[in-house]
Design a binder for this molecule. Structure first.
Ligand code: GAL
Length: 669
C-alpha cells in the first residue's frame, strides 16, 4: 500500500462531476456553486474515455488539465477516474471480439456503457494504457488526491460467455483443480452423465436445455469475480507505477451480486460505496443502514467514502420516488454515523441529455433556487461542522455473517423453495437488530469472531469445514451464535455435506436437519407460551443434545422442534429452523441477547443512534425517521448547532451529532 492521508481535511463532500457535458463557461459557475455548497471533493473523468483518447493511442488531455487547474484554484480536490467502464466506439469497432456474449448467446453492442469482456486481452491492454497515461500525467497534480478506477465493477454486465471467456475459465479451472479427475469429482459430473474426458470440452455454463451443473455455475461466478478483480488490479498497478495517492473503486455493498467484496476490499486503499434507496420500500433507510454497515465491515472498520447516493429521485427504478425534505440529510448522516468519512453524490449537475436526465443531482435542472440545492448547501455546512468526527470508529458487539459465495450458491436454480432468499433473510435479521437499536458489523464466516458477544447467521447455506470449525470454536470459547434456517447445507462445491443437512454445525448447535418441509400456507411457532406466525419454511429437526425452545403448531412440522438452544463449551448455539418475520423474531432474539449479555439501548421506534468512538471522545449520531419529535437521553455538545445538551429533543425528521460529555461517555450498544 502506498503512503497517503485522507483525501481532504475533515469530512469529504461532493459528487461525480462531468464537465465534459457542458460548455466552458458553465465550469466557472460550477466551481463557484461548489464553493457555496462547501464541496471539497469531486470525481472527474469516470466516463471520459472517448474524449481523452479520441482515436486509439491519440490522447487529448488539454481539457482535463483545464478542469483540474480550475478546481484546484478553487480549493476543490479531485478523485480522478479511469474511464474504463465506458470504452469508446473505436474500441468496439477495432476489437469486436472483446464484446460480452450473454448466456443466451446475444452479443452486447456499444452505444450505452458497461464493461467489455473482463477476459479480453485487448481491453486489458487499452484500459491499463489509459490508466497509466492518466497517472503519469496527473500523479503530481496538486488537485488529485485519490484515484477512482472504473465504475461499479459487475454492473451492468459481468458474466461473459464469449470464446475468450470460456478459454480463460478453462485456464482458471486447470489452476484450481490441477486435474480433470479433481474437477469431475468437485462438480459431481457423474450426475446426468456430465463427466469430462478432455479439458477442451469444459465450458462456461451457457444456456442449457435444463438446469446447468450447479458447481460449474458457482465456479463460473467465482471466475467472473476473479476476472473483474484482475482488471481492477491491472489498472491499479498501472496507476501505482507513477502515483502515490490512494486508489479506490466504487462498490455496491448489499446491492452487488457479482463481486465478493471481502476479496475486493483487500485490494483497494480506501473502500468506497454507492448506495441508492429502493423506491418500493417505505423503510428504505433500513436497507441503507445495512449497506453502510456492510461497507464499513469490508473496510475492516476503517473510514470509507460514500462515493454515490442521490439528492432526490433516481430514474432507473420503475416508479422513482423523490426524497422528502430532510431525507437526503438523514441518509447522509446515517452513512456518516456508520463510518463514512466522505459523503458524495451522483452527480454534481443534472445532465440535460442522455439516459440520466431525470436523475436528481446536487444542482438540479431547476437551479439554485430549488429545495434540493438549498438542502445541498445546508448539508455542506453541516458536514463542515463535523470535521472532528472524521477518523473515529464504530465498534459493534454483534457480527452478522455475510458470504457472497453462499449468496451465489443459494440463488442457483432448483432449491427446495425459491421463496427463501439470501437477501430477504439478511434484511429480516438485520432489520430486527436495527429495530432493537443494536449496531452490527458484518463478518466472513472464517473471520476471527472472538471480539463479538453475538454472531448471527441469517443465510449460511454454504458453510465450509473451515467456517464450521471457526464457528464451533467461537462458541466453545464463550460466544453466542444464532443460526437461521437452511444452514450448512452444502460445501464449497454446492455438494450436500456428508451425513446430511447441517452436519458441520451439529456439534455447536446440537441439532441437524432430517428433511426440509416448506410450508403451504401458514403455521405457528409456540415459544414460551407465545404463538409466533410463520410461513414459507419449516424443517424436520433431529436433536442431538439441544433443548427445544420453540415448537411448530400446525403446518407440515406440527409438534416438532422449531427453535433450539444448545450449550457448547462455554457458549451457546441457537437454531431457528423457520423463516420468522421481523416481528416474530423479537422474542427469539430477546432470549439470545440475554445469553450474549447484550442489553439493547431501548430507543424510540424509528430513531437510530450510532456511536463513533474517537481518540478522545465518543460521537453519537442520531437520526429521527419519524414524523414526531422524540426525546433522547444524550448529553454533551451538539456539533451542528454548537449547543450544550443534557437530554436532546430531536424534532421529527431531524438529525443531531453529539460529542458525548466527558471522555468516552457510554453510548448505545
Ligand atoms: C450508479 C452509477 C452512476 C449513475 C448512478 C445513477 O450505479 O455508478 O454512474 O449511473 O448509478 O443512480
Amino acid at each position: 500500500m502506498s503512503e497517503w492521508t485522507w483525501p481532504t481535511p475533515g469530512i469529504s463532500y461532493g459528487g461525480d462531476y462531468n464537465p465534459e457535458q457542458w460548455p466552458r463557461h458553465v465550469w466557472d459557475e460550477d466551481v463557484a456553486l461548489m464553493r457555496e455548497a462547501g464541496v471539497n471533493l469531486v470525481s472527474v473523468g469516470i466516463f471520459s474515455w472517448a474524449m481523452l483518447e479520441p482515436r486509439e493511442g491519440e490522447f487529448d488531455f488539454g481539457w482535463l488539465d483545464e478542469v483540474l487547474d480550475l478546481l484546484h484554484a478553487n480549493g476543490i480536490a479531485v478523485d480522478l477516474g479511469t474511464p474504463t467502464a465506458a470504452p469508446p466506439a473505436w474500441f468496439y469497432a477495432t476489437y469486436p471480439d472483446s464484446r460480452v456474449v450473454t448466456r443466451d448467446g446475444v452479443v452486447i453492442g456499444p452505444g450505452s456503457r458497461g464493461m467489455v469482456s473482463p477476459s479480453s486481452a485487448a481491453y486489458r491492454r487499452a484500459a491499463t494504457r489509459i490508466a497509466g497515461e492518466l497517472a503519469q500525467r496527473y500523479a503530481e497534480h496538486a488537485a488529485v488526491v485519490m484515484w477512482h478506477v472504473h465504475n461499479e465493477y459487475g454492473a451492468p454486465v459481468s458474466d461473459d460467455y464469449s470464446p475468450q471467456s470460456v478459454a480463460a475459465f478453462r485456464d482458471w479451472l486447470r489452476e484450481r483443480y490441477g486435474s480433470l479427475d479433481a474437477l469431475n469429482a468437485a462438480w459431481g459430473t457423474a450426475f446426468w452423465g456430465q463427466v469430462y474426458g478432455e479439458w477442451e470440452h469444459v465450458g462456461a455454463p451457457a444456456a442449457t436445455a435444463s438446469t446447468a451443473n450447479p458447481a460449474q455455475q458457482l465456479d463460473f461466478a467465482r471466475f467472473t469475480d476473479h476476472q473483474m478483480r484482475a482488471c481492477f488490479i491491472a489498472e491499479r498497478d498501472a496507476i501505482r507505477a507513477h502515483a502515490r495517492q490512494p486508489i479506490t473503486t466504487n462498490f455496491m455493498a448489499h446491492q452487488s451480486y457479482n463481486t465478493d467484496l471481502w476479496r475486493w476490499a483487500r485490494e483497494v486503499d480506501i473502500v468506497s460505496d454507492d448506495h441508492y434507496l429502493w423506491s418500493p420500500d417505505p423503510e428504505a433507510h433500513i436497507g441503507l443502514a445495512l449497506s453502510a454497515d456492510l461497507t464499513r465491515s469490508v473496510a475492516r472498520g476503517k473510514p470509507w467514502v460514500l462515493m454515490e447516493h442521490s439528492t432526490s429521485a433516481v430514474n432507473w427504478q420503475g416508479h422513482n420516488i423523490a426524497k422528502r425534505p430532510g431525507e437526503m440529510r438523514r441518509n447522509a448522516l446515517t452513512h456518516l454515523g456508520r463510518g463514512a468519512d466522505g459523503i458524495l453524490f451522483f452527480q454534481w449537475r443534472a445532465s440535460r441529455s442522455g439516459a440520466e436526465k431525470f436523475h436528481s443531482a446536487m444542482l438540479p435542472h431547476a437551479g439554485t433556487g430549488s429545495r434540493v440545492f438549498r438542502e445541498v448547501v445546508e448539508l455542506g455546512s453541516t458536514l463542515g461542522s463535523l470535521a472532528e468526527v472524521a477518523g473515529s470508529r464504530v465498534r459493534p458487539q454483534v457480527a452478522v455473517l455475510y458470504d457472497w459465495e453462499s449468496l451465489w450458491a443459494q440463488e442457483l436454480e432448483w432449491r427446495p423453495s425459491d421463496r427463501l432468499g439470501f437477501r430477504e433473510r439478511m434484511r429480516t435479521y438485520y432489520e430486527r437488530l436495527w429495530r432493537d437499536g443494536v449496531t452490527v458489523d458484518f463478518a466472513h464466516p472464517e473471520d476471527d469472531l472472538s471480539g463479538y458477544r453475538l454472531v448471527v447467521a441469517p443465510a449460511s447455506y454454504l458453510v465450509t469445514d473451515a467456517a464450521a470449525k471457526n464457528l464451533t470454536g467461537y462458541v466453545a470459547e464463550g460466544g453466542t451464535l444464532l443460526v437461521s434456517c437452511f444452514a450448512a447445507v452444502v460445501d464449497e462445491y454446492d455438494a450436500v455435506h456428508p451425513g446430511g443437512f447441517g452436519t458441520p454445525l451439529r456439534t455447536v448447535l446440537g441439532v441437524a436437519t432430517e428433511e426440509f418441509l416448506p410450508i403451504r400456507g401458514a403455521a405457528e411457532v409456540e415459544l414460551a407460551g407465545e404463538r409466533l406466525p410463520t410461513e414459507v419454511w419449516a424443517e424436520h429437526l433431529v436433536l442431538d443434545g439441544a433443548e427445544t425452545r420453540g415448537v411448530y403448531r400446525g403446518g407440515p412440522a406440527d409438534g416438532m422442534a422449531a427453535i433450539t438452544r444448545h450449550t457448547h463449551g462455554s457458549g451457546t448455539g441457537w437454531y431457528v429452523s423457520t423463516a420468522l418475520s421481523v416481528e416474530a423474531l423479537a422474542p427469539v432474539v430477546a432470549a439470545v441477547y440475554a445469553d450474549a449479555g447484550i442489553v439493547p439501548p431501548g430507543r424510540p421506534e424509528g430513531v437510530e443512534v450510532i456511536t463513533r468512538h474517537g481518540e478522545t471522545h465518543d460521537y453519537l449520531v442520531a437520526v429521527n425517521h419519524r414524523d414526531q419529535d422524540v426525546r433522547l437521553d444524550l448529553a454533551g455538545t451538539e456539533l451542528i448547532s454548537g449547543a450544550e445538551v443534557d437530554g436532546l429533543r430531536l424534532a421529527a425528521g431531524a438529525t443531531a451529532v453529539v460529542r458525548a460529555g466527558g471522555d468516552r461517555a457510554g453510548g448505545p450498544a
